[in-house]
Design a protein around this ligand. Structure first.
Ligand SMILES: [Zn+2]
Length: 269
């Protein structure tokens, strides 16, 4: 189950336990102005760096991390996931990113992993047994490439995680109500996952134009998680496009917008 918190506004999932702090950001409760009003946590869109820093400070003060602890992803709609550590702290906010990736993971406490979304699907992972966290940006391309499965497999490979221990929270993103696509998107999902993905991908809505489909990207990510043995999964039902007052939505705002930040960190002793 997801819970709302205010000033600044963010959501948490009660599937993620104890030693990890986390937040799915909204667009409300920050200091950015104009097209970034107000809780913009995205780097690349031209917001004032001082506003951006203050937004991280405010969210971090509420959630339990500092701007200096953050490691910001450098999206490329890829399936690449990279291991991060204390030496990477400040990447994105305090010094430029070099590599591109769409998922971050770490077993080091005090490293706040951040992925951005504005309709794409954010997924936060935590293994309370091996003490590992991960943050994944899974847009439709990343979903078709199985980035969340890549990430779980990296946790198994690098830390010996048992997927049955892994807690997965799928945050606010565009829902099947609004994600209108051509045939290429559901086809890519079924190509990747087989017939089991068909009813989740070739969804039609009454009155929608001929040849348009409404893939349920959250449900497809759940299928990826099930395939790699993750059972503890919480899905946020909120649709970013249905609630542009609360969330940044690429489909609503185009490129003139901010980004949600989705954060997870192992607490330091
Ligand atoms: Zn919607």
């Amino acid at each position: 189950m997801f819970h709302s918190h205010y000033n600044p506004e963010y959501l948490t999932s009660d599937i993620i336990t104890g030693e990890a702090v986390h937040a799915f950001g909204t667009r409300r409760g920050g200091v950015s102005t104009g097209i970034f009003e107000s809780l913009n946590l995205g780097l690349s869109r031209g917001d004032d760096p001082e506003h951006l820093y203050e937004n991280y400070r405010r969210l971090g003060a509420a959630v339990g991390f500092t701007p200096e602890q953050t490691v910001l992803v450098h999206h490329a709609h890829s399936a690449r996931v990279d291991r991060m550590g204390k030496q990477d702290r400040g990447m994105g906010l305090l010094f430029p990113q070099k590599e591109y990736q769409d998922g971050l993971y770490t077993n080091e406490p005090g490293v706040a992993l951040v992925v951005f979304t504005a309709d794409c699907t954010p997924i936060l992972l935590h293994d309370p047994v091996k003490h590992v966290v991960a943050a994944v940006h899974s847009g439709w391309l990343g979903t078709a490439k199985g980035i969340v499965a890549n990430c779980v497999n990296a946790l198994i490979r690098d830390f010996g995680c048992n997927p049955a221990d892994v807690e997965a929270a799928i945050g606010p993103s565009i829902g099947s109500c609004c994600f209108e696509t051509d045939r290429d998107v559901p086809e890519a999902m079924v190509k990747a996952l087989g017939p089991e993905a068909e009813p989740l991908s070739f969804i039609t809505h009454e009155g929608a134009p001929e040849g348009k489909f409404f893939p349920d990207v959250k449900a497809i990510n759940v299928l990826w998680l099930h395939r790699c043995g993750v059972k503890k999964i919480d899905v946020c039902e909120e649709c970013t496009k249905c609630r542009p007052d609360r969330f940044w939505s690429h489909r609503v705002n185009g490129v003139k917008r901010g980004n949600m930040g989705n954060v997870i960190m192992l607490k330091e002793e």
